[in-house]
Design a protein around this ligand. Structure first.
Ligand code: FAD
Ligand code: MLT
Ligand code: ZN
Length: 378
């Protein structure tokens, strides 16, 4: 999928050798995965829009193991791709070429929880839903909830600064993260990953809003019947499934062109109608949903399969339209691999330069998740 849609050239990193595999086996014994079948899923993103060709996946259990892996890869000039639950929407979590995948799947321990201050210290690979359950049993609530909660890892949530369904109530995730244990590629890290949680809001109301237009109601009904979710839910958990499973429902159409835009509230939905008229029958569906509270529109255009000509009609139009509103081309999903070259629509060259300098400070050889976040030319 990748070369056709996203032309990119491999950078001159080393190729993993037999000696490298032996050295890595020494660092994470029994947790060096080279079986092609096991590597199939971690090489493809959730949306199935990008695919890498990594031949090695590592499963460290501790920060020390991660530090050793990164020190070794730095010395050998081997590129590395950190991966959490692989639910990201922008191709950040999968390798582009043969980068070594470092999975946090086995780093899933809660290290401590203080039931007065609400400070949680945990490893990066804890699954969000498991953390939610853990803290709810102790009378607290995670300040984050999203449809991918059953798979995404807290490390991935923090790395993408995920927004989600509780943003309006608890604010941005970065506001509740107290500290991170960061492993740069050349120096061992120190400190603890911790976050402050809040007691649950005493009153919670979930309500359904029925769109006034017959067309949109019919459309929504069609989508949810496809998933087996009742269109007139009577109980609260069903109710949330209507919102959380939109992404999954759209993926049944075939290929999804996904945009994650910040826009002024009074223009939030305009682009949806505009694109319906502009694209006509070349798109199967043009829908907008998102997070009204933080001015975040998820604009989704679906088609049976990927088409370069449909992409050409969408881009750069969508980005220019967004920049014209002084909006952002990435609201909550991050830039990853797919959005890195459009960052300039939202950030001035000085900001990009500063980002490059910060990256070089922590990762001088650029081995950590290359081809992501920063534009190729600028
Ligand atoms: P991955 O997808 O594995 O990785 C994402 C990025 O983080 C990659 O660049 C990866 O290299 C990096 N990364 C992962 N772990 C680490 C680590 N420990 N250290 C350094 N870098 C790391 N997003 C929202 O913001 N709001 C939503 O409401 C929302 N809903 C979603 C609903 C569905 C059904 C799906 C499939 C996705 C949704 N997302 C949403 C996308 C969102 O970005 C991810 O679900 C989540 O935050 C990523 O976590 P992950 O563990 O899957 O990370
Ligand atoms: C959501 O809000 O449902 C997620 O961000 C996923 C998506 O944009 O489809
Ligand atoms: Zn979202």
């Amino acid at each position: 999928l990748t070369p056709e849609r996203y032309p990119v050239r491999r950078l001159p990193f080393s190729v993993v050798s037999e000696d490298d595999l032996a050295a890595l086996e020494h660092i994470v014994p029994g947790r060096v995965i080279t079986d092609p079948e096991e590597l199939e899923a971690p090489n493809v993103d959730w949306l199935r829009t990008v695919r890498g060709s990594s031949k090695v996946l590592l499963r460290p259990r501790t920060t020390q193991e991660v530090a050793h892996i990164l020190r070794y890869c730095h010395e050998r000039n081997l590129a590395v791709n950190p991966q959490g639950g692989n639910t990201g929407m922008v191709g950040g979590s999968t390798p582009v070429f043969d980068e070594i995948i470092v999975s946090t799947a086995l780093m899933n321990q809660v290290l401590s929880f203080h039931d007065v201050s609400g400070v949680l210290v945990c490893q990066a690979g804890c699954v969000l839903e498991a953390l939610s359950q853990y803290v709810e049993e102790r009378g607290f609530v995670m300040p984050l909830d999203l449809g991918a909660k059953g798979s995404c890892h807290i490390g991935g949530n923090v790395a993408t600064n995920a927004g989600g369904l509780r943003f309006l109530r608890y604010g941005s995730l970065r506001g509740t993260v107290l500290g991170l244990e960061v492993v740069p590629t050349c120096v061992p890290g120190r400190g603890c990953p911790s976050a402050r949680l809040t007691p649950p809001c005493p009153a919670r109301v979930s309500a359904a809003w029925c769109p006034s237009s017959v067309d949109s109601r019919t459309e929504a009904a069609g989508r949810f019947c496809h998933l087996g979710v009742p269109c007139r839910p009577r109980s609260h958990p069903m109710l949330w499934a209507l919102r959380e499973r939109i992404t999954e429902a759209l993926s049944h159409d075939g290929y999804v062109y996904k945009y994650d835009l910040s826009l002024p509230l009074d223009r939030l939905y305009d682009l949806v109608g505009d694109l319906r008229a502009r694209l006509g029958p070349s798109a199967k569906r043009v829908v907008g949903y998102g997070h009204l509270g933080d001015g975040n529109l998820h604009l989704n255009v679906t088609a049976e399969t990927f088409s370069a000509s449909l992409l050409g009609t969408l881009e750069p139009y969508v980005y220019e339209w967004t920049a014209g509103q002084r909006g952002s081309v990435s609201a909550e999903h991050g830039l990853g691999f797919k959005k890195k070259d459009v960052l300039g629509y939202s950030k001035p060259p000085e900001a990009l330069q500063l980002m490059r300098q910060l990256k070089a400070l922590l990762d001088p050889k650029g081995i950590l998740n290359p081809y992501k976040t920063l534009p190729t030319h600028a």
